[in-house]
Design a binder for this molecule. Sequence first.
Ligand code: G3P
Length: 222
Amino acid sequence: MKFFLDTANIAEIEEGVSWGCVDGVTTNPTLISKELTGNTDFKKHVRKILSLVNGPVSLEVTATSAKEMVEEGKRLKKLGDNVVVKIPATVDGLKALKVLRELKIDTNATLVFSVNQALMVSKAGANYVSPFVGRLDDISEDGMSLVEDIREVYDNFGLETKIIVASIRHPVHVKDAALIGADIATMPFDVFRKLMNHPKTDEGLKRFLDDWHKIDKSKLMF
Ligand code: G3P
């Protein structure tokens, strides 16, 4: 299973990459807008992210018509080889996915909330699909059961679109995504950091070191 960071923050990406567990990054207009304050250069910021990550980086279009999405997607792709163009799951989005596939530009269909949307974007040629689990949980639906259903349907028909579990809010979402067999979990840095937390690890390490410091080190052979 692959782990992506869902952030446009350079420090978070640098830190995550240094842990050796980051396979890619996803962004969206909200995440990018948080980082672009004052006179930040968008292209420079994005190129920095692309250089830090040895894997796909999703950049989302802000256009809403198919024609403009394709043009924006082509411009985004020029920023780096590892750019994946994120396209919203609308009818215009389907048309843009089809054209971008013909242009051999990788795509990630975003804002997916139903199995039927997931089927449609896969048929239109999306390389990745992003079901938003947290936002479904927010409205008292079961986000992870959508992931389960998409996995089953894609497997039924041998569809190769990779499932990115998105809108992850906590570590249990990551564990559940892995158990279901989702290809990728994309998560905020805060969730990524929590994946390694365990009080018994901290407690055990403290006890080992406390015991170690009790002994007379002069009797050790090394
Ligand atoms: O990047 C898309 C998705 O992960 C956004 O998550 O927390 O804004 O619902 P959230």
